[in-house]
Ligand binder design. Structure first.
Ligand SMILES: *Cc1c(COP(=O)(O)O)cnc(C)c1O
Length: 479
């Protein structure tokens, strides 16, 4: 019989890690010059890969060579300084190192007992961020609430919705599998993860009301109040409002104070999704948009978007952790243990959908210590400045126009021409590879979006993006 392999062999691991480190450093050096959007065709990479797994081990240098040959051309370079599409998905040195460490430790943090440090570092990191972002005291672990790391804002929103459903039904929908008559509300600009959450939580998409927005794309509280009243009159039960600070299309911010007071009067759960914009709460001068958050039952934001922490890392806060745990806790005999029974510790499996969980808090610990709050604030302010500069060029150019108020690091704009022209302009600049921008629909128009959020984006990259856009538009006009 063949002897088993050594899963961890220091004599090969050390040089392989060194080679991979060199590869990563070289990659970051090339990044500004690579075409941002992958030019790969569907099926190309799949077909270039062998149809079967190797029977015998492949040498590591061959694997690295294939990384260059087969994988690199199939990448869209999210860490490129010329990536302005969607929202950023930051990575950073400290964060990468922490993720490697998390993989090396291979810890499962489902219960406090399965690795106390995994739970307690996480609790402390969520408190650190709550403090640094001046979040309401109700979200700190010292009170009735607390924070937990989720993989994504989608998961956080689903957990919030389920906790709200159980609070509204006194726990009976978990027992009987039926939550009829419940109605959830959000704005027409909310993220699609809310649609998905109502599907998964058994609320039903027909029971999610998309409330109209004002001229700045923020939810209208009066329209919400009217919709709730109409539903109540029809014998239905409003139970959940999903508000957004920083919508995906235009970073519009719903008025949390008014919504919070409305929800409190109606006994309705208020969840606030600030997936992207939440990082801006680190800046005292940007905190106005979070006023009223103390009235929310739950809140989430993603350091994996705009806070130098690579995916996945979503901070999810609740004002009353008992609501969450009551909705999500199931304890089979094999997970019983004294520490849990004592109630003196958190078991984060009860704050999320899966049982298993990895040591994500290491990333926040390394990032917060590696850059310091001052470093993170400086980066955010740098991005805000670059976005404002770009917006100024757009506003001053008679051929272009801004189509939504500039919010934080996002500029929504278009060329003063048809939707079709704007689509062609976008397709052309993206195909050239010097930058990558995405689009959205606002007020029925095809709108171009430029979001400044990559760690290495500088004045020159933004200036280059603007000149590419102008030159390409001029060329298309001549054609
Ligand atoms: C990006 C985004 C999401 C989705 O985030 P995931 O973490 O990928 O689920 C949800 N809401 C808003 C407002 C977002 O910007």
């Amino acid at each position: 019989m063949q002897p088993p392999p050594r899963a961890f062999d220091p004599s090969s691991f050390r040089p392989q890690l060194a080679a991979l480190t060199d590869w990563i450093v070289a990659y970051y050096e090339q990044l500004p010059h690579l075409p941002v959007l992958s030019r790969s065709r569907p099926g190309e990479i799949f077909n270039a890969l062998p149809a079967t797994a190797p029977e015998l081990p492949d040498p590591f240098d061959e694997v690295l060579a294939d990384l260059d040959q087969l994988i690199l051309p199939g990448l869209t370079h999210w860490q490129s300084p010329n990536f302005f599409a969607y929202f950023p998905a930051n990575a950073s040195g400290p964060s990468m190192l922490a993720d490697l460490l998390s993989a090396a430790l291979g810890v499962q943090g489902m219960l406090w007992q399965t690795s106390p440090a995994c739970t307690e570092l996480e609790t402390r990191m969520l408190d650190w961020l709550a403090e640094a972002c001046a979040l309401p005291a109700v979200f700190r672990a010292a009170g009735a609430g607390g924070g937990v790391l989720q993989d994504s804002a989608s998961s956080a929103t689903l957990c919030a919705l389920i906790a709200a459903r159980e609070r509204a039904t006194g726990g009976s929908s978990n027992e009987l599998g039926y939550a009829g008559g419940l109605v959830a509300y959000t704005s027409s600009q909310a993220h699609s993860s809310l649609d998905k959450a109502v599907m998964l939580a058994g609320i039903g998409r027909a029971n999610l009301r998309k409330i109209e927005v004002d001229e700045n794309f923020a939810l209208r509280p009066a329209a919400l109040a009217a919709a709730m009243a109409a539903d109540r009159a029809a014998g239905l039960r409003p139970f959940f409002v999903g508000a957004t600070v920083g919508t995906t299309s235009s970073l519009a911010c719903d008025p949390l104070g008014e919504l919070g007071r409305l929800c409190q009067r109606a006994g309705v759960w208020l969840h606030v999704d600030a997936a992207m914009a939440g990082s801006a709460a680190l800046l005292p001068e940007e905190r106005g948009r979070f006023a009223g958050l103390e009235l929310a039952d739950s809140y989430c934001f993603n350091p994996h978007k705009w806070l130098l922490t690579n995916f996945d890392c979503c901070c999810f806060y609740v004002a009353c952790r008992q609501d969450l745990v009551a909705a999500l806790s199931v304890t089979p005999a094999y997970l019983n243990n004294d520490a849990s029974a004592s109630g003196g510790s958190f078991d984060y499996r009860d704050w999320q959908i899966p049982l298993g969980r990895r040591f994500r808090a290491l990333k926040l610990w390394f990032v917060l210590r590696g850059f310091g709050l001052a470093g993170l604030r400086a980066l955010l302010r740098h991005h805000l400045l670059l976005a404002a500069r770009f917006a100024g060029w757009v506003a001053a150019d008679p051929d272009f126009q801004l189509v939504a108020p500039v919010s934080l690091n996002l500029v929504c704009f278009r060329y003063r021409a048809s939707d079709d022209f704007n689509r062609r302009l976008q397709a052309c600049v993206n195909a050239e590879g010097r930058l990558f921008i995405s689009h959205t629909a606002l007020a029925g128009q095809h709108v171009l979006r430029l979001c400044v959020g990559q760690a290495a984006t500088s004045d020159e990259h933004v200036a280059q993006a603007w000149s590419t856009l102008r030159q390409t538009a001029a060329r298309l006009n001549q054609a």
